[in-house]
Write a protein that binds this ligand. Sequence first.
Ligand code: AMP
Ligand code: GLY
Length: 427
Amino acid sequence: MKVLVIGSGGREHALAWKLAQSPKVTRLYIAPGNPGTAQVGANVPILSEDLDGLLGFAEEERIDLTVVGPEAPLVAGIVDRFREGGRLVFGPTEAAARLEGSKHFAKEFMRANGIPTARSETFDALEPALAYVRKEGAPIVVKADGLAAGKGVTVALDVATAARALSECFESRAFGEAGGRVVIEEYLEGEEVSVLAICDGTSFLTLPSSQDHKRLLDNDQGPNTGGMGAYSPAPALTEELRARVEREVLQPTMAGMARAGTPYVGVLYAGMMLTSGGPKVLEFNCRMGDPETQAVLPMVENDLFELFHAAASGGLQAFGPIRAARGAAVCVVLASEGYPGSYPKGRLIEGLESLRRDPEVVVFHAGTRFDESGRVVTAGGRVLGVTARGDSVRAAIERAYRAVEQVRFEGMSFRRDIGRRAIARSG
Ligand code: AMP
Ligand code: GLY
């Protein structure tokens, strides 16, 4: 079978790495990919926004299954285009991807289907939004409605911060059209976990749970980022809580989307807050998490191609349960100094070769490229994700940080406390 993965980040390297392990996959392409995906398949120089180019390539190469990594092409309707072209693709349609593409849509959907989430209201203008914030008081959460590359959310601990966030959305238009509409949400307290469900339109299977580390610095200090590390499973999500998330969130979401005529096929990422009043949805994403994927997929023992193929063809019910590996996996993100602000590029990365020999360690490339002499250099804010497996989360953490010590590039920065919270729970 010929498989095409769309995207170029650490998540897509992890997807390609896992798909390449399937005996059924005979050819694997990644568009556009990165130096890491080039180790497991063939990179194709087509950008993920180029829907015509991607469909043309899939038709020419007779790709049997296309897997879409990032949200932007999904929200832009790539799945609809591929289906119209008669090509099997794993991901939600444009209508189904609104669960991520519009926070207002997601909140209305959750309200209509009785899915537990923070209380919220939507505003299209500054003045009424400000009045609402003043009435509700802080802490309070301000979210740009549309896609904002992970930067559209402000958790405001005081009213002035919330007011500033509103003015950025409505007046400075910091998020363009995405911020012309704003969801203001009740602040939830608790531990955050990510639950990824593989969905076929009617049924779903959940992958091992995970926890991201969104802040830049140790002890959850500093600005929000795309994610500085992750571990899987997340012991905070007990079996009982997982069953609740499936029953109270995932089942009604699948049923509600099907009833609305927009059945959900693809990965549904439920960002959950485990509050004292039970699990509540913080956000839905219409794709895998980054860097959660880099910790979750090494814990999945099933054949990922078979799983995605079954889901894309509506046949998940016949697929056996998801089998999780023993122990835990931890992914430490190595970032460029300056990230999440501006950062230098083109710095030489050393030490990758020695790590390729350890079967329990894998280095996923995110922001890297080959320079003119074929050496791997930095090309993004999040540069690499160093994942290690271990019999316990403690062992996985130790192995991951030993591997991190082998890697060097100028200005390399990373958190030193990835996974520490899981040790506190599970040892
Ligand atoms: P999102 O992009 O919706 O995932 O939001 C980014 C981060 O903001 C989440 O991962 C949470 O850490 C935080 N967050 C979002 N909504 C809330 C909320 N209602 N209460 C507390 N924290 C939140
Ligand atoms: N790591 C958070 C996300 O992928 O949205």
